[in-house]
Design a protein around this ligand. Structure first.
Ligand code: NAD
Length: 244
């Protein structure tokens, strides 16, 4: 018996990092995973896993979401789980951020998950159930990074809470995780800045960075029926970084 037996799960950003780790874990637990991503090369790789179908999706496009969800429903009949995980980051300082930088960041990191909730909840409402998990960031909780990334992840936090309030009566749960620094392609360049890396590790009570599987395990729980009375939940996964 798997913890996600017979579930149809969409994972955005499912072709890399934490999303790819979730795709692997979810299928081991019995789910059929649709890895939705903009990166076609990585989609081809993740589709080699059993019970993972890679589908191209730009999460920032309303039109893309409409076509994509229709195709998933036509093929699989329902959507039980949506993981709003796709995202981009930027290290630009406040002085360098342009209005275009700001717009792109929000379009992918905040409007993208909003669109996911908009399109998928329509089908979940018809089915009378569903589970949505969003990947925000610890930067949305602590005062870290005066930039468009932090703002977009804070926006996602607010959207998720509002969605939980709105969709609870339809038996659709909406929860959010707040990872600290996790070793994925997104953070690969931190290693080049040894000083920054040492500082991060020193500031983390557990004395190390996180691994994608450690986020995937937490999201698995929230996505599954084991979390049946948890909605509007917020789970920090940061080795204690934000606790001090
Ligand atoms: P990653 O770069 O390995 O994966 C992100 C994926 O999102 C990529 O496959 C990319 O192609 C996809 N993506 C980007 N724009 C897209 C779009 N418009 N449409 C569809 N897919 C798109 O990074 P990751 O570290 O696994 O990040 C996953 C999520 O976790 C992101 O939302 C990120 O902001 C968040 N996060 C990461 C960290 C960290 O330290 N790695 C910490 C906190 C939060």
């Amino acid at each position: 018996m798997g913890r996600l037996d017979n579930k149809i799960a969409i994972i955005t950003g499912g072709a890399s990092g934490m999303g790819a780790s979730m795709a692997e874990l979810f299928t081991k637990e019995g789910a059929i995973v649709i890895a939705a991503d903009i990166n076609e090369e990585n989609l081809a790789k993740i589709s080699e896993l059993e019970n993972v179908e890679g589908m191209k999706l730009d999460v920032s496009s309303d039109e893309n979401w409409a076509t994509f969800t229709k195709a998933v429903i036509e093929k699989y009949g329902r959507i039980d789980i949506l993981i709003n995980n796709a995202g981009i980051s930027s290290q630009k300082s406040p002085q360098d951020i342009t209005d275009q930088d700001w717009a792109i960041m929000h379009k992918i990191n905040s409007f993208g998950p909003f669109l996911g909730i908009k399109h998928v909840s329509k089908y979940m409402k018809e089915a009378g159930k569903g589970s949505i998990v969003n990947t925000s960031s610890y930067t949305a909780i602590i005062g870290s990074g005066l930039n468009s990334y932090t703002a977009s992840k804070g926006s996602l936090r607010a959207i998720a809470r509002a969605a939980a309030a709105e969709l609870g009566k339809s038996n659709i749960r909406v929860n959010t995780v707040f990872p600290g620094v996790i070793e994925t392609p997104m953070t690969a360049n931190i290693g080049q800045f040894k000083e920054a890396m040492d500082m991060l590790v020193r500031a983390t009570p557990m004395g190390r960075l996180g691994q994608p599987e450690e986020v995937a395990n937490a999201i698995l729980f929230l996505a599954s029926d084991e979390a049946s009375y948890i909605t509007g939940g917020e789970l920090v996964i940061d080795g204690g970084y934000s606790a001090q």
